[in-house]
Design a protein around this ligand. Sequence first.
Ligand SMILES: [Zn+2]
Length: 109
Amino acid sequence: MAPITREVLRDYLHDALPDAELAAVERALRGSAELRELLTEVMGQEDRGEHTAGAIWRRERASCPSRDELGGFVLGAGDPEFLEYVRFHLEEIGCPYCQANLDDLRRMK
Ligand SMILES: [Zn+2]
């Protein structure tokens, strides 16, 4: 597939990509810290607009880890690269859905 540029990430945040490309971008994001950094940058630029990219991301919950994966994150178990992705999702993206899930899991521990 074509290289993932800022424009592609912007379309991704606005849910303007065809499904196949969306999936490819998500896979790439999970695998590349560099790309996640670029996404944070694009989100920062987009947040100056009326409809914040963060809000769109959070509404779509496109990249949310599963509850099992969050459980692994609480325990620090699993692929370090994936744990870093979950940390990014929670702390950089600030996904409230996963935060709530995480709080829940921590209470059960
Ligand atoms: Zn999430």
